[in-house]
Design a protein around this ligand. Sequence first.
Ligand code: XMP
Length: 309
Amino acid sequence: MDAKKFIEEKVKEIKETVGDKKALVALSGGVDSSTTTALAHRAIGRRLIPVFIDDGLMRVGEAHRVKDFFKKLGIKVRIVIDRREFFTATATDPEVKRRKFRRTFYRMLGRLARRYKAKFLLQGTILTDIEETKRGVKTQHNVLEQMGIKPKRFNLPPVIIEPLKELTKNEVREVARELGLPPEIYDRMPFPGPGLGTRVLGKLSPQRVNIVRKATTIVEGELAQFKPFQAFAVLLNDRATGMKKGKRHFGNIIVIRSVESTDARTATPSQIPWEALQKVQQRICKEIPSVSRVLYDLTPKEPATIEYI
Ligand code: XMP
């Protein structure tokens, strides 16, 4: 792929499609939605309405980090806070949980499109998202039309524009670099749209998401020096017996997941030095007292996938 040519073509396409109307883009701050936003902004400028949905499933300080970052690029991001709906739409079964997230997410985008009078929806769906959803591996939150789902079902604008849908993750990074985005965007670890919702097994609650949010900050911070493709924490839907000050402590179990990959189609576990893993364990148990056990996941994709649901 020639990134320069790709950008020229997509900018032209977006301009022609949107015309003098407005388009809405849901920006999570990940590589794909950030690249889509920068690309579309180049095409239609202020007629692009980027929204960051603060659904309570994002990482620490993410909403303001994204808003401030895009402000420096001259792009205004609106933060929309709605946590209740996302915590209500939860389930134990992973696929039901993913579909409920998708429904809540798109209904909200439908309402926002009407509020901002946006006639188009832009989204950063990439090739792997589509491939995995079509193959039935998992329902990625942002795959609709490829699964025969009409935008009308969620009251969305009738036309969804997906400029990155033929690209893999490493190609998206090339486009981001060519667009002039800094390494903090194009080198950023992928973060799934349903956010920490994919990292809490079982039903979501603000308390359980908070545990995984704190653990995520520790894992990301401690492992950043090894530049993994993706590193995060997962909260299991079970507990394990441990000991605290000599007394029984039936606590939470956190898994550390760190993988190497180029396109997320396959992945291998990162070979993290033992000392670094120990430090992550010590910090998690100290800073999150409800945790009694920390594990490191050794499984490649396949037979595992990167995320746990
Ligand atoms: P898996 O877990 O299938 O993930 O190996 C492959 C890549 O996709 C990310 N991922 C998602 N991204 N919406 C997204 O935007 C989703 O629903 C979703 N599920 C997984 C995952 O983090 C990994 O980089």
